[in-house]
Design a binder for this molecule. Structure first.
Ligand SMILES: NC(=O)c1ccc[n+]([C@@H]2O[C@H](COP(=O)([O-])OP(=O)(O)OC[C@H]3O[C@@H](n4cnc5c(N)ncnc54)[C@H](OP(=O)(O)O)[C@@H]3O)[C@@H](O)[C@H]2O)c1
Length: 310
């Protein structure tokens, strides 16, 4: 049975620590884990690290988190009751949430035709709706304190959409747009909203991609309509990731620096490719931009040439 929704304003919110309290989602691996390891090194923060229940065991070997300034909590961001319970516990026992970092994210690979409503909804639910559910539940506290930082991990996919990545891009575009609205809304209360925008990171991130059933089949079947689309895009992403000079650790350092700024900007491009692609898109006439991107897609000359046999 679901608990009744918790009213945060009725909770006793006496601050119990001088450290800034950070609530981080998706801390079990990848960028989230690297960030948690970076942030615990100083003495400024109290970390509430969250991860899905099944992933909590990944913290077991990490002695760095055996600290009185770290809490480990199970949180699936799709479970709103769990989200509200974690926030309520933090407020009740620590007194506040100073910094919220929405890092948890998923990547779906599928062409539009091979995708389904359910894939599209899950992608939007994790990458856009869940971060904003978290945000909705910390804003009144932050306003009361006249202080807060909200860091949303976006992506180059949040300003440019690539083939086979439509749902991922749609979710990151949504995250970007809503964060921009929030940036204006929160100005009077000293609450800073920042989008961290990586391009490719030399990591396992895109290897954790979920694929629609049709995508899985098409990758194997050379005669399927979108076989070349998938193989080309997989190759491109894998090559670019492994050639990247950015790692989860270098991005974590940049986020740490952003947290120390009094007035961080709304958008920060944290990899060279994200920065270059942003300017390329901004400066090129749209027709040229789309032509060049299309022209350089791997195996694009083979697209649409197969003798289809589904
Ligand atoms: N890697 C890149 O090249 C890249 C580029 C641009 C942007 N980004 C963004 O960076 C962020 C971190 O990605 P990453 O590369 O570190 O990916 P990752 O290694 O796959 O890690 C994703 C994290 O999100 C968590 N997560 C997924 N669904 C969740 C849910 N329903 N509830 C709670 N946690 C959930 C995962 O938990 P589990 O361990 O339980 O699965 C994991 O901790 C994402 O927002 C991603 O879009 C990454």
């Amino acid at each position: 049975m679901n608990n009744p929704t918790i009213n945060l304003t009725n909770l006793n919110s006496k601050r119990r620590t001088n450290r800034k309290i950070i609530l981080l989602t998706g801390a079990s691996k990848g960028l989230g884990l690297a960030l948690a390891k970076k942030l615990i090194q100083g003495d400024e923060y109290f970390l509430v690290l969250t991860a899905r229940k099944a992933s909590m065991k990944r913290f077991e070997g990490e002695s760095i988190f055996n600290s009185e300034f770290v809490w480990l909590r199970s949180l699936d961001v799709l479970n709103y009751q769990q989200t509200e319970n974690v926030i309520a516990e933090v407020v009740e026992k620590l007194g506040n949430v100073d910094i919220l970092i929405n890092n948890a994210g998923i990547t779906d690979r599928s062409t539009v035709e091979d995708s389904t409503d359910s894939y599209r909804k899950t992608q939007m639910a994790v990458n856009y709706l869940a971060p904003f559910h978290m945000i909705e539940h910390v804003l009144s506290l932050m306003r009361k304190n006249n202080y807060g930082k909200i860091i949303n991990i976006s992506s180059a996919g949040g300003f440019m959409a690539m083939p086979t990545m439509s749902s991922y891009s749609a979710s990151k575009y949504a995250l970007e747009a809503a964060s921009e609205s929030l940036w204006y809304e929160m100005k009077p209360w000293n609450i800073h909203v920042t989008l961290i925008i990586p391009g490719f990171i030399d990591s396992e991130g895109f290897e954790n991609t979920t694929e629609s059933r049709k995508c899985e089949k098409s990758c194997i079947n050379q005669l399927s309509t979108y076989h070349e689309h998938y193989i080309g895009m997989k190759q491109l992403i894998s090559n670019r990731m492994h050639q990247s000079h950015s790692t989860n650790e270098t991005i974590a350092k940049q986020i740490d620096r952003v947290l120390k700024k009094d007035n961080p900007p709304l958008r920060i491009y944290v990899t060279l490719d994200a920065w270059l692609l942003f300017w390329f898109r901004k400066l090129m006439p749209p027709k040229i931009y789309h032509f060049v991107i299309y022209r350089f897609l791997p195996r694009v000359k083979r697209w649409g040439k197969q003798v289809y046999k589904e």
